[in-house]
Design a binder for this molecule. Structure first.
Ligand code: ADP
Ligand code: MG
Length: 209
C-alpha cells in the first residue's frame, strides 16, 4: 500500500478534513483505502462513528508503535491515509517513518508556517537516511477564494525547501457541515469543493514514488 500521512503539529490546520476527504476521493476512484487515526483525540474515529462506519475502514493507531502496527494491518489496501496528531512529536516521527508521502496542510498565515518548522526537520532527517523518502509537500488549507497566496507566505514556505501542492482547499462551509454527519464533500453532488479534493488527490498521486 502507498502510505500518505497528513501531518502538522498545529491543531486546526485541516489535517482531519484533508485526510477524510482525500481517503474518500481515493475510494471513489476504486481503490481500497484504510484511514488511520493517529490523533489520541480520535477525530477521525468520531467522524467514522457519525456515519455508522459506512464510508471507510478507520483504525486508531495513536502510539509510537504506529509504524510497526501499521505494517501488520496494511496488506490488502492500495492506500493508507494517516490523519496526524497535534503536538505529539513522537507520533509524527512514527508517521513520517511509515509514509511514502507527507502532506503538510497550512493555513496561509505566518503562524501556521512557522509552526511547521519542527515537522520539516523531522522529515528532512528521515529523507537523509532513506534516499529521499518520504516525499513531502505543503498543502494550502482554507484559503480565501480568489485570493492569491501572498509573496511573504509563499517565500516563507519555499524557505523550507518542500514544494507547495498545486491545489489546496478554500474556505467553504461544506467542509464542517459534511464532517458533522460523518460525510465528506462528495455527499453533495455538484459542490465545487469536490473539484478541490479531486485536484488534490491527483496532485498527491503524482508525488508517489
Ligand atoms: P486538524 O485536524 O488539523 O485539527 P481540522 O481538519 O479538524 O484540522 O479543521 C479544523 C476546523 O476547520 C474544523 O472545524 C474543520 O471543519 C474546519 N475546516 C477545515 N478545512 C476547512 C475549509 N477548507 N473550509 C472551512 N472549514 C474548514
Ligand atoms: Mg484532526
Amino acid at each position: 500500500a502507498h502510505v500518505i500521512a497528513v501531518l502538522n503539529q498545529k491543531g486546526g490546520s485541516g489535517k482531519t478534513t484533508i485526510a477524510t476527504n482525500l481517503a474518500h476521493a481515493l475510494k471513489l476512484a476504486d481503490a481500497k483505502v484504510l484511514l488511520v487515526d493517529s490523533d489520541p483525540q480520535g477525530s477521525a474515529r468520531d467522524w467514522n462513528e457519525a456515519n455508522g462506519g459506512q464510508l471507510l475502514p478507520v483504525v486508531g493507531l495513536d502510539r509510537e508503535t504506529l509504524a510497526t502496527d501499521l505494517k501488520a494491518i496494511m496488506g490488502g489496501y492500495d492506500f493508507v491515509v494517516i490523519d496526524g496528531a497535534p503536538q505529539v512529536a513522537r507520533l509524527a516521527a512514527a508517521a513520517v517513518k511509515s509514509a511514502d508521502v507527507v502532506l503538510i496542510p497550512v493555513q496561509p498565515s505566518p503562524y501556521d508556517i512557522w509552526a511547521a518548522a519542527d515537522l520539516v526537520e523531522v522529515i528532512k532527517a528521515r529523507q537523509e537516511i532513506t534516499n529521499g523518502k518520504p516525499a513531502a509537500a505543503f498543502l494550502i488549507s482554507r484559503a480565501i477564494k480568489n485570493t492569491k497566496l501572498s509573496g511573504e507566505v509563499a517565500e516563507a514556505l519555499e524557505g523550507y525547501g518542500f514544494p507547495i501542492l498545486a491545489h489546496g482547499t478554500t474556505q467553504r462551509v461544506i467542509y464542517p457541515t459534511s464532517a458533522a454527519s460523518g460525510q465528506t464533500v462528495f455527499s453533495e453532488s455538484g459542490n465545487p469543493a469536490i473539484e478541490e479534493i479531486e485536484a488534490i488527490a491527483k496532485d498527491v498521486l503524482e508525488l508517489l514514488p
